[in-house]
Design a protein. Structure first.
Length: 204
């Protein structure tokens, strides 16, 4: 069983989207539970139409559900701006803490603060998301900034695309979106991330 938590101090950086996409990847051939630990309940809203290939429950409801022991993977979507110490608690309670960040200064600064709280934690990793297309260099510059700050990160970045908003509105995963809004192309980012994720979970 693996537990993956998703968190950042900053709001709107793609936490819920990352939680849903990682859950979608892992739900191929496994039972997955996404715990929506955010008061805004974005992941629960996303799941409301009943199309997602994994369960989404509140923290409270998930306690009972986990007793059944049916889940191979648990993903936790947390709310933004968790209090001091909360990121460390999340990392300590999980196999991996994924910290999504957009490639802009404020988001990278917030990510830096998360990792400074995690000084003695080795199971946290940043994920650069909402990266604008080339020739814009935002993604590469964000990776350089993370490297300079010695922050571990996925090498695969997640590109910007309106499909994410549409997928949320339709209650669908990207694969379920078919060819709408370049869903297939953009989903490749996550397929490539999956092998990197497997390596990270196995401490490679
Ligand atoms: N790669 C992407 N490209 C374009 N838009 C994206 C991408 N990822 C997420 N979004 C959109 O950005 C907005 C914020 O994303 P999301 O809800 O995943 O962030 P969050 O960090 O969970 O926010 P909150 O702090 O409010 O919980 C949403 O409208 C989402 O559809
Ligand atoms: Mg969210």
């Amino acid at each position: 069983m693996s537990i993956i938590a998703v968190s950042n101090f900053k709001g709107g950086v793609g936490k819920t989207t990352a939680a849903v996409c990682i859950a979608t990847l892992l739900a191929e051939g496994a039972n997955v539970l996404l715990i929506d630990a955010d008061q805004n309940q974005s992941a629960l809203l996303w799941s409301k139409a009943g199309h997602l290939p994994f369960d989404v429950l509140t923290e409270k409801a998930s306690r009972k559900a986990m007793m059944g022991g049916n889940y191979q993977h648990i993903i936790i979507d947390s709310q933004c701006a968790p209090g001091t110490g909360e990121s460390k608690a999340l990392a300590d309670g999980s196999d991996l803490l994924v910290v999504p960040t957009t490639p802009d200064g404020p988001s990278l600064a917030a990510t830096g603060r998360v990792f400074s709280e995690l000084a003695d934690v080795d199971n946290a990793i940043a994920l650069v998301s909402m990266v604008p297309p080339s020739p814009q260099k935002d993604g590469a510059e964000a990776i350089e900034a993370l490297d300079r700050a010695d922050i571990r990160h996925f090498s695969r970045q997640i590109r910007n695309g309106k499909v994410y908003k549409r997928a949320f509105e339709s209650g669908l995963t990207l694969p379920q979106m078919g060819s709408r809004d370049r869903a297939g192309q953009l989903w490749r980012d996550w397929i490539e991330l999956k092998s990197e994720l497997a390596g990270v979970l196995n401490n490679e």
